[in-house]
Design a protein around this ligand. Structure first.
Ligand code: PEP
Ligand code: MN
Length: 348
C-alpha cells in the first residue's frame, strides 16, 4: 500500500501516518517526492485495511499495490540504484557497461585469450560460465570449480571483475569467494530458494529474464532478492520464446524504456542469447544502447568456430573490437553520460 500525502501535509501529519503503519505491525517507508511525500507500507502479506488511516488529516490518496513487487518499483524507490561490480558502476544513468567473454570457460588459455581481447577492446567486466545449464545432457556441461578458478585468474591477470552463473545453492559460497557478481540464468529465474540465498547481502547479482517470463514475473523474481536485503541487482533481458522460430529468441527492446520507468534497478541487454547469430549481435547491441540500456553483455570467443558452447553467436576478438569502436562512435549522441571506456593496452 502507498499512502500519498497532500502537497502541504505537515510533518506532524506525516508522522501520524507512520505511527499508524507501525501500530499495524508493518514497516513504513517514507518516499520523498518532488512536491509531495508518499509513505510506502511494507511487510503485509495481504490486503491492508484502510480503516486506521481514514480519519488522519493530510492524506490525499491511498493506493493498494496489487503487483507482486514493491521494493524493485520506482514507486517505493524513485532514485536509480547503482550496482557496483568490483568497482564498476552499473546504473540507468551511468556510462553503459560492456560485459564480454566466452559462453563457457573451456581452458585457462581460452579464457585468458578472451579476457585479454575484451579488456583491450574496452569491456569492463569479464563473463564466463563454469557451471553451464545445457538443454541436453550430452552437451559440454562446463569445467565446474576448475573453470571458476580459470575465470578468476583471467580476471585478475587483465584487471577485470568477473561474473559467472550459479545454478545451485551449494555452489554459492565457492563461487562468491572468487566471482565479483553472481549470475542467475534464465532457466533459474524462478528458482525461489536460490533467489533467497543470493539475496543475502554480499555479492551483486545479474538476474536474467526467464525465456517465458512476463515482466511482472521478472520483477517479482528480483523482489525475492531485494526482500532478503540485497539491492545490488542488475536485470538482464536476453530474449524470450515466442511463436517466431527464425531466430533463437525474440528480443523485445521495448522493455528497456518501459523498465526504466518501472524500476530503479539497471537493465542490461544480452543480444548474443537473444539472437543466436553473431552477425546480428552488433546491430542489436547498438540498438540496446540507443534505447537506453544500462549496458550489454556479449559472448566473445578467441576461436568461435571451435567453441564448445554457443560458437555461432560468439564474436571473435576482431568482431568485438569493431563493435566497441562503433558503440564508442554512437554513444556521445545518445547517452546522458556520453562515453564508453577507451581501449586499453593489456600486459601479459
Ligand atoms: C549465459 O549467459 O551463460 C546463459 C546461459 O544465458 P541464459 O541463462 O540467458 O540462457
Ligand atoms: Mn551462451
Amino acid at each position: 500500500m502507498l499512502v500519498v500525502m497532500e502537497r502541504n501535509a505537515t510533518q506532524g501529519q506525516i508522522d501520524a501516518v507512520i505511527e499508524a503503519v507501525q501500530a499495524l505491525g508493518l514497516t513504513p517507508q517514507p518516499i520523498p517526492g518532488g512536491s509531495r511525500v508518499a509513505i510506502g507500507v511494507l511487510g503485509n502479506q495481504g490486503y491492508v485495511d484502510e480503516e486506521p488511516f481514514r480519519d488522519l488529516p493530510g492524506i490525499q490518496e491511498i493506493i493498494h499495490v496489487t503487483k507482486p513487487y514493491k521494493l524493485v518499483s520506482r514507486d517505493f524507490h524513485p532514485d536509480d540504484t547503482v550496482v557496483s561490480v568490483g568497482g564498476v558502476r552499473v546504473g540507468w544513468n551511468q556510462e553503459p557497461v560492456v560485459i564480454a567473454g566466452p559462453c563457457a570457460v573451456e581452458s585457462l588459455d581460452q579464457v585468458l585469450a578472451a579476457a585479454r581481447a575484451v579488456k583491450a577492446a574496452g569491456a569492463r567486466i569479464l563473463r564466463g560460465g563454469a557451471f553451464k545449464p545445457r538443454t541436453g545432457p550430452h552437451a559440454f556441461q562446463g569445467l565446474g570449480y576448475q573453470g571458476l578458478e580459470y575465470l578468476a585468474e583471467a580476471g585478475r591477470t587483465v584487471g577485470l571483475p568477473v561474473v559467472t552463473e550459479v545454478m545451485r545453492i551449494d555452489q554459492l559460497e565457492p563461487v562468491a569467494a572468487l566471482a565479483d557478481c553472481l549470475q542467475i540464468g534464465a532457466r533459474n529465474m524462478q528458482n525461489f530458494d536460490l533467489l533467497k540465498e543470493v539475496g543475502r547481502p554480499g555479492k551483486p547479482v545479474l538476474l536474467k529474464r526467464g525465456m517465458s517470463a512476463t515482466l511482472e514475473e521478472f520483477l517479482a523474481a528480483a523482489e525475492y532478492i531485494l526482500l532478503e536485503g540485497n539491492d545490488q541487482v542488475i536485470l538482464c533481458e536476453r530474449g524470450i520464446r515466442t511463436f517466431e522460430r527464425a531466430l533463437r529468441n525474440t528480443l523485445d527492446l521495448g522493455v528497456v524504456p518501459f523498465l526504466r520507468q518501472v524500476t530503479h534497478l539497471p537493465l542490461i541487454v544480452d543480444p548474443s542469447h537473444a539472437l543466436g547469430r553473431r552477425d546480428l549481435v552488433g546491430p542489436m547491441a547498438k540498438a540496446a544502447l540507443v534505447v537506453g540500456a544500462a549496458g550489454i553483455m556479449v559472448e566473445v570467443h578467441p576461436d568461435p568456430l571451435h567453441a564448445l558452447c554457443d560458437g555461432p553467436q560468439s564474436l571473435d576478438p576482431g568482431g568485438f573490437d569493431s563493435l566497441m569502436r562503433e558503440l564508442r562512435a554512437i554513444l556521445p549522441a545518445i547517452s546522458p553520460v556520453g562515453s564508453i571506456q577507451e581501449r586499453h593496452q593489456v600486459g601479459s
